[in-house]
Design a binder for this molecule. Structure first.
Ligand SMILES: NC(=O)c1ccc[n+]([C@@H]2O[C@H](COP(=O)([O-])OP(=O)(O)OC[C@H]3O[C@@H](n4cnc5c(N)ncnc54)[C@H](OP(=O)(O)O)[C@@H]3O)[C@@H](O)[C@H]2O)c1
Length: 261
């Protein structure tokens, strides 16, 4: 690689996004980490040498400011749409419209807004460096519905659809469009924000032998972007071994079935 490529990572202030910034920096990329919490971004910048920019992906003005900042400060070769999350685990019948609205705003419209704003910069990056990338973090919740997942399922299914349409629309350009769909990842904030209490959040992972870590997902994201430029991994699904499917989670140690030895 000649001059380092520059990647924008949204949702960089915690969990998967933060781990992705760290890993890209370890691999020598230039990184711009984006999120709303300035204090956490400052600490990440100090620890990793990443650039950071405070923006809310649900705000037109913030995303316009992000684009202007990026344009003024260097090329953009890759975008990782990671900002997102879940609110609530109620039934479709009982779920709050406000929670659903939040999930659509950040997981779907947030991705759309950032893609619309940054694609012109990614095109210029591709012209300069030969190729560019848009990678979106969805979820296995975007591929398989589950009871209590309605709003999050609907939002992540929509994000999955957006990625599929975008790939078709960019046909003929050297811009990869990829999707990483993780199953259960034990990050410090995701379930806490979804369920509201640390007891409920910890119960999600209770007894699960090695849920994915943020760094497991970060490693897959970085590997996908470091494949030869013509290798487009459309959809990468990763889950912990203990989670055979969303509805088939094993709690307890993973052990060889000695009866079958
Ligand atoms: N944890 C899991 O089990 C899991 C599984 C599959 C997929 N995912 C997906 O992976 C992504 C990251 O999840 P995570 O577990 O790392 O969660 P997390 O720790 O809660 O991180 C979410 C990140 O998104 C940022 N964010 C939220 N709303 C934003 C907004 N409006 N504008 C800009 N940034 C915003 C947050 O930063 P600020 O609050 O500072 O803005 C934070 O950095 C999400 O899209 C999530 O849906 C998670």
């Amino acid at each position: 690689m000649g001059e380092a490529r520059r990647v924008v990572v949204t949702g960089a202030s915690s969990g998967i996004g933060e781990a992705t910034v760290r890993r890209f920096r370890e691999h020598g990329w230039q990184v711009v980490g984006v999120a709303r919490r300035a204090d956490r971004l400052e600490a990440l910048a100090a620890a990793t040498g990443a650039e950071t920019f405070v923006a809310d992906v649900t705000s037109d003005d913030d995303v316009a400011a992000l684009r202007a900042h990026l344009e003024a400060t260097g090329p953009v070769h890759a975008l990782v749409n990671n900002a997102g999350g879940a609110r609530g685990s109620d039934t479709v019948e009982a779920g709050s419209i406000a929670d659903w609205q939040w999930m659509f705003d950040v997981n779907v419209l947030g991705v759309k807004r950032v893609v619309s704003a940054l694609l012109p910069l990614l095109r210029r990056g591709a012209q300069q460096a030969g190729s560019a990338d848009v990678l979106t973090v969805t979820s296995t919740a975007g591929l398989q519905a589950y009871a209590g997942g309605g709003g999050y399922n609907a939002a992540k299914f929509a994000a999955h659809a957006l990625v599929g349409a975008l790939r078709l629309e960019l046909k003929g350009e050297p811009i990869r469009v990829m999707e990483v769909a993780p199953g259960m990842v034990h990050t410090p904030e995701f379930s806490l924000k979804r369920l509201g209490s640390s007891e409920q959040a910890e119960a999600v992972y209770e007894g699960v032998d090695h849920p994915l870590t943020a760094d497991d997902v970060a490693s897959v994201i970085v590997q996908a972007l470091e494949q030869p430029w013509h290798v487009n991994q459309d959809l990468i699904v990763l889950r912990p071994v203990a989670q055979a499917a969303q509805y088939a989670l094993h709690r307890g140690p993973l052990e060889v079935n000695s009866e079958l030895l």
